[in-house]
Write a protein that binds this ligand. Structure first.
Ligand code: XMP
Ligand code: MG
Length: 185
């Protein structure tokens, strides 16, 4: 699904970051990650479901072998604001002891989810825990989170596509688009 579908959809405002821009930025981040983890084993931890597309493209942009594992947490209902309450819906299969862990996320909004998640993973005795997120909304941050790799800093608007959903819709959009304000306000 791509920009042509956005034009005909009243719930969507406009393309915000194109597929080509996303892919170019992921290649840059993959280059940095490959350098930083040179000679170390690397475990990518994707946060379901939003990070599925970022994980698939970032992992394939790396010119090295990585392990991928997944976690599902819930901090949001079907709405657009964070509750701050995080629950593990699916835990990792991997044991993190002495592993270099890179959390792969679609978006950091308030930071509540990732701040909770990093401290949870750090308590499992890994060698290191860092974060890579495609998007970050600096204006929405409520908790300081130390993010090593950021794709794009974006304003405080609700975005969908490339894994990001509004009520489970639009995850398969290739680009990232803004949701029309009338949908959520
Ligand atoms: P916090 O606020 O804890 O939230 O950093 C992170 C999670 O909230 C979801 N989220 C969004 N999902 N468009 C979306 O489709 C957005 O603009 C948006 N902002 C936050 C997302 O699941 C993320 O993992
Ligand atoms: Mg998410």
């Amino acid at each position: 699904m791509d920009a042509k579908q956005i034009e005909g959809d009243l719930a969507l405002d406009q393309t915000y970051i194109s597929e080509a821009e996303i892919q170019a930025r992921l290649r840059e981040l993959a280059g940095e990650i490959s350098e930083d983890y040179d000679g170390k084993d690397l475990l990518l931890v994707g946060v379901l479901k939003g990070a599925v597309m970022v994980m698939a493209d970032l992992a394939r942009a790396l010119e090295r072998d990585v392990e991928m594992d997944w976690m599902a947490v819930s901090s949001y209902g079907s709405g657009t604001t964070s509750s701050g309450v995080v629950r593990i819906l699916k835990d990792l299969d991997a044991d993190l002891t002495d592993r270099h862990v890179l959390i792969v996320e679609d978006i950091i909004d308030s930071g509540l989810t990732l701040s909770w998640l990093t401290s949870n993973l750090r308590s499992r005795k890994p060698a290191s825990v860092e974060i890579c997120t495609l998007l970050r909304k600096p204006e929405a941050l409520k908790m300081a989170v130390d993010v090593r790799y950021v794709g794009f800093d974006i304003p405080n608007a609700f975005v969908v596509g490339y894994g990001l959903d509004y009520d489970e819709r639009y995850r398969n959009l290739r680009d990232i688009a803004t949701l029309a304000p009338h949908v959520y306000s």
